[in-house]
Design a binder for this molecule. Sequence first.
Ligand SMILES: [Zn+2]
Length: 285
Amino acid sequence: MQPSAILKFLVVATIVAGFAAEPALAQFRSSYTTPQRQPARAGGGGKAAVAAPTGVYPQALFNGKVVRWVQDQMPLKVYVSRGHCLDGFIDDQLGAPRTNVDGKARWPHLVAEIIDNGQINSLPVSEGFQQEHYDAALQGINFWKPFEKEGLYQFVLTNDPSEADIYVFWTHHFVNKMGLGLFANDIRGYTSKEIFDYRLVLQGKQPLFQPVVVLLRTTNQQGNPMTHDNMRASAGHEFGHALGIDQHSTNPYDLMSVYYGRGILSNNDAMTIRYIYKHPPDYIP
Ligand SMILES: [Zn+2]
């Protein structure tokens, strides 16, 4: 594996707050936007990390804590845009796209904002996008479908961009906060999600849930269209993050390693998602 092939994928797991002041029954995402935001509440505590069985990669946990969706959030609604691009939204202070990778933690807020103001319905199509990329992304996402039969979770695709839990958008290439293109990096995708302390939710705190946002790159390092197999692998990998897998497996044969393994789920990937979903969550997206 050449050094240049080393991928840097990050999943942003910002512990967020945004709990409403008045306790209410736990309600899962009636809306992404509310008029009032409250200061962050510290999470902390929780149960100690459990020793994981062989094959489960501990990096899947978030600081040793379980992050995953819960039954009340099912079925997860997944909106895979037909090539749409968010790069036209510029950060006024940076002069760079708000989709810059240094600002990943705020991608969910960008999407919530454009859902709220309707701009999500008039996005341009990303340069380099091909219809085949959409099909490949669906295949990658569906790598995770078989676990529905085991009762881990359920997800469905939606064509309504106002109602999803997980969004997939596209970009020709990623840029940093200076707006400089990260052309040489073989970064194929990023996932940004905010997570909430599940104990507080159970206590009746009302989180301001945010959409989970996946961005997929339409071109490779050479500027050529991403191949079908690479797109399928990157979508599958990012969806693993969206489901809750936090960091990367250190086993290069796992899809959830930075090398994408063999481009399909490995036994370790399967054991890891089962492990996460068979333990009570500490945090939920
Ligand atoms: Zn990753």
